[in-house]
Design a protein around this ligand. Sequence first.
Ligand code: ADP
Length: 490
Amino acid sequence: MFVVMVASECAPVAKVGGLADVVFGLSRELEERGHSVEIILPKYDCMRTEHVVGMEVAWHDLWVPWAGDGIHCTVWFGFVHGRQCYFIEPHSSAHFFERGTYYGFWDDPTRFTFFSKAALQFMLDSGRRPDVIHTHDWQTALLPVLLFEMYAAAGMHDQRVCHTVHNFAHQGITNEYVLHASGLHRPEYFGAQDRMGDDLDHHAINLMKGGLVYANFITTVSPSHAWEARHTDLGCGLGHTLHRFQDKFGGVINGLDYDMWNPAIDPHIAHHFDATCIDDKAGNTKALRDKLHLREGRRPVIGYVGRLDTQKGLHLIRHALFFALHNDAQFVLLGSGSHHGINEDFWHLKQTLHDNRDCHLWIGYDEDLAHLIYAGCDMLIMPSLFEPCGLSQMIALRYGTVPVVRAVGGLKDTVFDWDHSDLPRDKRNGFVFEHPENEGVDSALRRALGLWRNEPKLFRRLVEQGMAYDYSWKDPAGHYLAIYDFIRHK
Ligand code: ADP
């Protein structure tokens, strides 16, 4: 099968969060099974080009009709750790992808609508006719609309689209300008409630809704989150649309790239280990303490790695930090926020705790340190308010670090409580709490620390059971292939 992924991120060349890992990991697994996969990305000025091998111009002169005129693009090609990637570089005074960062601009809907259209134009002009185009999140959600309303007539009538929603909280709410600029026009038609008219703001165009309505299949990144999106306010206004299209909507848990995240060969960590030599993990705890100036001693280290976003339960992360300090444990945090105010708050907290040798806050993005934290910690906290899938808990499990999570979304589908799960005891792998409140965090951490301190053999068994889980792309890729097959033959 020939699959083209069109996305705004791909690890590690252009990564903000889990979306990037999914695009890379799924593509690799599909290729390993003999399918042909190409990835189309914007050519950001800030992307990590050191991860691209053999970058060369693939298409000199892509002309993308836009806003009554058009924009010339250069399309580059290069391998990103073996994946075939195309990077679209528009030449215009709007400098769509020359902003020094990936997101956060007033014209984001315009930037990514342009990208979606450019990706289709590139496929059309270069004769690419994939069996399936897999789009991701609001950034590329207009692609199926453009495909079926515009490009099908130009020659792309056999293509099918699978659209994956990684986060319902960001939907690309915009106005009719994107319709005019992309050449769709007809705001009365596309802006209708049964197409792209936003359900909450009736004057707005909702790009993600376009993806849901037009794609041949919609997935989100865990079965629990698929349910939450349809039945609770976690669908962020799209519950009704998902209900309408329930026959083409499902949840597929993300996989983890088991080559990139493998403690037996990970070049970023101090000591390699696997389930047969878990004691060697201690070398990473030492390296982590040395790096972050934490004191030595027999106390567990609790970690947090992730974006600093309200979604992640920031007040609960902060609470967990103080709980650790009051209970003779250590705490390390690696994170960065997209909001200046959030980063400021954490900088302030860091300064307040500056001379505390039991905790360290690293505000920023650091791939190497992330690996060392997963390898060196005893526990990882994820008190998310919502979590479509979550990769960090799966990485933690692979690195023998016990996840302590809130029972929501993908966390619920991957972490099973040591004391209370319905699964048999030998399948349990972490600690889970229900309500996003301080008491929930306290009780889960108390149980985790208690087991670590009083029942080291059982804690080790829990670690081993976690490491025995297979959250690689093996199963999820099978599910996606079944979906691709289904929509191809429908
Ligand atoms: P989300 O997609 O909501 O950001 P996930 O848990 O699905 O959350 O994925 C987060 C991914 O990004 C993980 O691979 C995590 O290690 C990585 N990550 C997040 N923040 C940072 C950071 N500040 N430094 C390094 N890696 C990070």
